[in-house]
Design a protein around this ligand. Sequence first.
Ligand code: PRP
Ligand code: URA
Length: 212
Amino acid sequence: MSDHPNLTVLAHPLIQHKLALLRDRRTPTKDFRDLVAEIAMLMAYEVTKELPTAPVELETPLERTTGAKVAGKKLALVPILRAGLGMVEGILRLVPSARVGHIGLYRNEETLEPVDYYFKAPSAREERDFLLLDPMLATGGSAVAACATLKQAGARSIRFLCIVAAPPGVERMLRAHPDVPIYAAALDRELNAKGYILPGLGDAGDRIFGTR
Ligand code: PRP
Ligand code: URA
């Protein structure tokens, strides 16, 4: 069995091509932001491939036929602020009816533990599949806290989409939330002493928003 039974790495060539551009230190802010949106869209395409569908009767200009439409639980996207915001637009282009929540968390630079400052999510009363979004899974502190917040609000079906994951974060998620599958574009080697992913892509929030 894999070392990380909770992790699926999405190896699609377009995702990997765009990830290489994203990692490049010379990629400017606008391109970085566009690439995050495009990778998120491709990841969403992969993780929604098992959505249930229901038959729908319709008329083409020529005759009646049966098509298919997505059925079942409604999707909710929940970005972890700030960097997760960069993943929302691309996914909404594929699933425009998805609801969007927000979880505000930042890492204390000394302790690397998450500090929460905002939470608003669509009701979990109706059966809903939550896609939690953050480009980076480093120590896992932010993702673990975000899952706990969503579960406290009633979420029972959560999947976590990140672009770059590091082993300590994947392992911490497995210990804290073994029921939450993780989908990533890459599993990187390790963290440095400041909790940055190596080789990584730097500070995702700063590169998306052009800060620092
Ligand atoms: C980054 C990133 C994750 C978190 C990952 O956010 O977007 O939320 O760090 O690290 P962890 O797995 O060790 O918790 P950051 O705290 O820099 O906030 P920002 O998005 O507002 O820049
Ligand atoms: N957050 C980031 O934005 N980048 C990292 O490498 C680790 C945490």
